[in-house]
Design a protein around this ligand. Structure first.
Ligand code: ATP
Ligand code: MG
Length: 332
């Protein structure tokens, strides 16, 4: 079975629709066909300051949402990144192989750091793509299912895998990004030029999966569209409407052309009202399942402990190989 690996940050409480449609939905599909590793990336989350208790709570909450999304711990490995120390250990080796210039070209770093100013930007935010390289290579992943915003980081991972293999001999699998075109980028409802984001979207721009259906309905109804009235998929001229159509289409499995026909001659209001209902119906059982998993933290922690054990078995083997290739003297 080919292997996949991916992760999600416990940055804020709820996953949003971009996380789900862009990534997590593919994760549950891939567990059927692949040897799948999915993690809550708490090490990545502290690149921006986090309250310790909130981080702990959000890590469990993220795990509960992964299970509520359909990840089955009997069919895939679900774990917490900090439970597997090999990630930070391999990361150091990768930092020493990554050019300062190439790391500086990561657009996500430029975006996130420009919002905070240089003095408040941590070195960890700068090196986070390198930790991500270690995350992926430790598991010898063939594919990395992510949203479009992560493509550049997976490309960097490929470059570094090739560089390490070239310098030290074949060691790492060179991974491919796995990005579905239709849902690669879900946009912010208030600003359809930027992606929906846990840390950057305004509350009105983001559809949280744990929002009350009333709340998400209100957000969808006030989504920014355009002054035209025709419901048509056109990402350049009608980014807001196209985004709503993408969400509608993927949640219901209806083709875009079919939706354009269905809403021919109808107004934006009708589309928004019906989409609100669809989202409401989708999130209600998701919220209920998440609450069930959260209600039993001991069981949740046991799932994560078992996941960490399975993950470490793979990660420690890869790390030992990498240490040997680099020339570290084995501890006697
Ligand atoms: P942050 O703003 O803190 O970086 P995020 O919203 O980007 O949070 P992550 O935890 O960084 O969420 O990403 C988890 C996964 O969701 C990644 O694979 C990422 O590519 C994907 N993803 C995030 N936002 C979107 C989006 N708007 N559309 C599609 N995929 C997305
Ligand atoms: Mg992100």
């Amino acid at each position: 079975r080919p292997r996949v690996l991916s992760g999600i940050q416990p940055t804020s409480g709820s996953f949003h629709l971009g996380n789900y449609l862009g990534a997590v939905r593919q994760w549950s599909a891939l567990q059927e066909t692949h040897d799948a590793f999915y993690m809550v990336v708490d090490l990545h989350a502290i690149t921006i300051p986090k309250d310790p208790q909130e981080l702990r709570d959000n890590t469990r909450l993220a795990a509960a949402q992964l299970l509520a999304s359909g990840l089955d711990p009997d069919r895939c490995t679900v774990f917490v990144q900090s439970h597997v120390p090999e990630h930070t250990q391999l990361s150091w080796i990768m930092e020493c192989l990554t050019g300062f210039g190439e790391a500086s070209r990561m657009t996500q770093f430029k975006d996130k750091s420009s919002k905070q100013g240089a003095d408040r930007t941590s070195v960890g935010l700068f090196t986070y793509p390198v930790l991500q390289i270690a995350d992926i290579l430790l598991y010898q992943a063939n594919q990395v299912p992510v949203g479009e915003d992560q493509r550049q980081h997976v490309e960097l991972t490929r470059d570094l895998a090739l560089r390490f293999n070239g310098r030290y001999g074949a060691t790492f699998t060179v991974p491919e990004p796995y990005i579905l075109k239709e849902t690669a980028k879900i946009y912010d409802l208030q600003d359809p030029a930027i992606k929906m984001s846990k840390s950057a979207s305004t509350p009105k721009g983001i559809i949280n999966l744990l929002d009350e259906p009333k709340v998400s309905a209100k957000k969808i109804k006030s989504a920014v569209t355009d002054t035209d009235t025709v419901i048509r998929f056109d990402e350049d001229k009608k980014p807001g409407i196209s985004n709503l159509l993408t969400i509608y289409s993927t949640l219901t499995g209806t083709g875009i052309a079919e939706l354009e026909q269905k809403y021919d001659g109808k107004g934006y209001g009708a589309l928004k009202t019906e989409l609100s209902e669809i989202v409401g119906e989708w999130v209600a059982p998701f919220r209920a399942r998440t609450q069930e998993y959260l209600a039993d933290p001991a069981a949740l922690d046991a799932v994560l402990a078992k996941g960490a054990e399975k993950a470490r078995a793979v990660a420690s083997e890869t790390l030992a190989l990498a240490y040997d290739r680099v020339g570290f003297l084995p501890a006697a």
